[in-house]
Write a protein that binds this ligand. Structure first.
Ligand SMILES: [Zn+2]
Length: 269
């Protein structure tokens, strides 16, 4: 099972004061062009997105400098309504750790919850990689700065504006990798949760092991095994710079479109 926990970008909830995302048609086949081509304008904190330390800390890391292991790995989903206190945060971490999956490194709170400053300190002290919630910010909407500084100061990535209504509480494999945006304070992402049993065990195991996984699943997430794909997810390599890798493809595509007006031979980038 794959849970898409991402808002549609152009229909997303916009944080008060931020610009709205905008789709800008550049070429349309309905208007005689050989292809459709679209540009867009957006705030990096529109919709479902991740915050980098640079968002609230002038000397903090920008989004491209954070290792992908922050964004990809086991995560814990738990419903909470109202303020998340320090005691709540400690209890959530304990339940996540008891799953035996490593999910306590990435905490996703489901429902109308507001992270308190004290709870942020608990998560920061625990050294988690990521905290996410359904709000467009983390902390009180009228005063989110202190909570942001505590978490981002500890290089805890913030995943904001997710949608968890369809996701049962428990442990999953999260992927919310950002775009490789040099020097930026955040990035939109396509956040998904994968069922740990299906994706991290069954695909790489023999039939007998599948039976064991099914039995473990019936016992709840506490005994779910992590297979090779999950181990691999914690060892993702990040290129030092994406610029060299992408510029070649762009350079090839641009003349075909812009120079001759002819459609490129392959799909648009
Ligand atoms: Zn943000």
């Amino acid at each position: 099972m794959i849970y898409d926990i991402t808002q549609p970008l152009f229909e997303c909830v916009v944080f008060p004061g931020d610009p709205k995302p905008e789709k800008i048609p550049l070429r349309r086949m309905t208007e005689g062009s050989a292809y459709n081509l679209t540009s867009m304008s957006l705030c990096l904190h529109n919709g479902t997105h991740v915050d980098a330390p640079f968002h609230f800390l002038q000397d903090g890391k920008s989004i491209n400098l954070l290792p992908l292991t922050k964004f990809i790995g086991p995560a814990w989903v738990e419903h909470h309504a109202g303020d998340v206190t320090a005691e709540d945060a400690a209890a959530i971490l304990a339940r996540a750790a008891a799953s035996g999956t490593g999910a306590e490194k990435r905490i996703l709170v489901k429902g109308p919850a507001t992270l308190s400053l004290e709870a942020a300190r608990v998560f920061a002290a625990a050294g988690i990689d990521l905290f996410g919630n359904e709000s467009q910010t983390v902390g009180p909407e009228n005063a989110p700065a202190a909570v942001h500084r505590v978490l981002l100061g500890a290089e805890v990535v913030l995943l904001e504006g997710i949608r968890l209504a369809q996701v049962p509480d428990g442990a999953y494999l999260l992927n919310c990798a950002p775009l490789n945006l040099s020097g930026c304070d955040g990035s939109p992402c396509r956040a998904v949760l994968l069922d740990l049993g299906a994706f991290c065990g069954a695909a790489s195991r023999k039939e007998g092991d599948r039976t064991a996984i099914a039995q473990n699943r019936s016992n709840g997430p506490a005994s779910l095994p992590l297979g090779a794909p999950c181990a691999a997810a914690s060892a993702v390599n990040t290129p030092a710079s994406g610029a060299d890798l992408s510029s070649g493809a762009d350079a090839d595509a641009a003349p075909a479109r812009e120079g001759t007006g002819a459609p490129p031979s392959s799909a648009q980038s």
